[in-house]
Design a protein around this ligand. Structure first.
Ligand code: PLP
Length: 455
């Protein structure tokens, strides 16, 4: 089978495509007023091309923190075609299964922390979070504690946009106008070392542990099912917690019989320099939610990995009366297996640290600029926080980061993303040294023209 890598001959002109898009598509996360469109038609490695023929350096992992193995991996297309020829789909409900989902489950158990031998598949990250929320409640209920229904999450944490994942998400704007969110979800403060003012002068972890204990007391210790958090906050602006944060949080939760869900939808599968980011940060989670990098985006797939004790209870008894048609989709699972092989064979997990080193070096001059508060690099992930005042660390209004990102794309052909006041990069893990240097140089150039008034 030959899969073409040429730029496709479009039957519709770029103008027409953009016009059709404006008329027919509702885009996630696009302000209704924006009429700009960027129609991507081809990708190879860390480069993508739009319908107008512009070549763009993808510093975003296909716009969504993934594309670990890069764009245009024909071998993954061949795996998909072969699997479709053999078995495109059959349900995983009840006693049915398929060989690819079984092989992937076995493989995941070798990559996950010790004792995580159970997996429940989904089609993406939000569904994995929803499933995890239900699973931890069911776990407690089956063990005789049906009142443990509360979930603690954090302001500025991102956990998706379904009602469950969205309710755990700590950005109020995702809830505007869509009615009540899931009940029994409480938010606590995030760990944010760049903003000590959030903690009123107290050491960050002391403040956060005290707040967590107080929140548990208020809800009632026997009523909290689990806490959910990203090991490193992604959508919150690439924020590493202080090293003692997760170990101390874990200790509090364990003391109260509360489970911990590590949301590794972004950090999983190599993004921060290890297969999973939670173990090395002392989280010792009970459930790990994943998606994105599991297939590098070549097929939609998510997976909630469970510690055996949790998985045995959730999968035992009367079973888990929860499932999606595409749980354990054989094509998605086949692609995931081949994708994980590439990540392993090409050493992309340690490579993310190398990419981080190149970007840290290249972006060093940005840290000195008047409108830059902090340059944060974790594995192959960067957050550049823009400030209106370097002394008070007052964040720049969000439209400023958006205009920086626009300028980077228009003037330099580099795609980055804006999250509030933070310019974020999460490139494919195949990014070359020269590409990292180019992206960093372009970013420094654009930011050096930015004043603290945001213009
Ligand atoms: N959890 C985290 C940490 C995420 O960053 C995301 C998406 O970016 C999600 C969950 C939701 O995943 P999805 O968009 O695949 O539903």
């Amino acid at each position: 089978m030959t899969i073409s890598q040429a730029t496709p001959a479009l039957s519709t002109s770029p103008d027409e495509l953009e016009d059709l898009d404006r008329r027919h598509l509702i885009h996630p996360l696009l302000s209704g007023g924006s009429t700009d469109r960027c129609v991507i038609v081809r990708g190879k490695g860390s480069t993508v091309w739009d319908a107008r023929g512009n070549e763009l350096l993808d510093m975003t992992g296909a716009g969504n923190w993934l594309a670990q193995v890069g764009h245009g991996r024909v071998e993954l297309g061949e795996v998909m075609a072969e699997q479709v020829g053999r078995l495109s789909y059959f349900t995983s409900f009840s006693e049915f299964s398929n060989d690819q989902s079984i092989q992937l489950a076995k493989r995941l158990s070798t990559l996950a922390p010790e004792g995580f031998n159970r997996v429940l598949y989904t089609s993406g990250g939000s569904e994995a979070v929803d499933m995890a929320i239900k699973a931890v409640r069911l776990y407690h209920s089956r063990r005789g504690e049906p009142d443990r229904t509360w979930i603690i999450s954090r302001q500025m944490g991102y956990h998706g946009s379904t009602y469950g994942g969205g309710s755990a998400t700590g950005f109020d704007f995702v809830h505007h106008g869509v009615g009540p969110t899931l009940p029994h979800v409480r938010k606590v403060s995030p760990p944010f070392p760049f903003h000590p003012e959030m903690y009123g002068g107290e050491p960050i972890t002391d403040f956060l542990v005290r707040e967590l204990e107080q929140t548990i007391e208020e809800i009632g210790p026997g009523r909290v099912a689990a806490m959910i958090g990203e090991p490193v906050m992604g959508g919150g602006g690439v924020v590493e917690p202080p090293p003692d944060y997760w170990p101390r949080v874990r200790e509090v939760l364990s003391r109260h019989g509360i489970l911990l869900i590590a949301d590794e939808v972004v950090t999983g599968y190599g993004r921060t320099g290890s297969w999973f980011a939670s173990p090395e940060r002392g989280m010792a989670p009970d459930v790990i939610t994943t998606a994105k990098g599991i297939t590098s985006g070549y097929a939609p797939l998510g997976a909630a990995l469970m510690r055996d004790e949790i998985g045995d209870v959730v999968g035992g008894g009367d079973g888990f009366l929860h499932g999606f048609t595409y749980c354990g989709h054989p094509v998605g699972c086949a692609v995931a297996l081949a994708n994980l092989d590439i990540i392993e064979k090409e050493g992309l997990v340690p490579r993310s640290l190398l990419i981080g080193k190149w970007l840290r070096q290249g972006l060093a001059p940005a840290a000195e600029l008047p409108a830059v508060g902090e340059v944060r690099v974790t594995g192959a992930t960067v957050g550049i926080e823009l400030v209106a005042n370097r002394t008070t660390r007052e964040p720049m209004p969000p439209p400023v980061a958006s205009s920086v990102v626009k300028e980077l794309q228009q003037a330099h052909g580099v795609i980055a993303r804006a999250y509030g006041p933070v310019v974020v990069m999460a490139p494919p893990l195949v990014l070359e040294e020269g590409e990292a240097a180019r992206a960093a140089e372009a970013t420094v150039e654009v930011l050096s023209r930015l004043g603290t008034d945001g213009t």
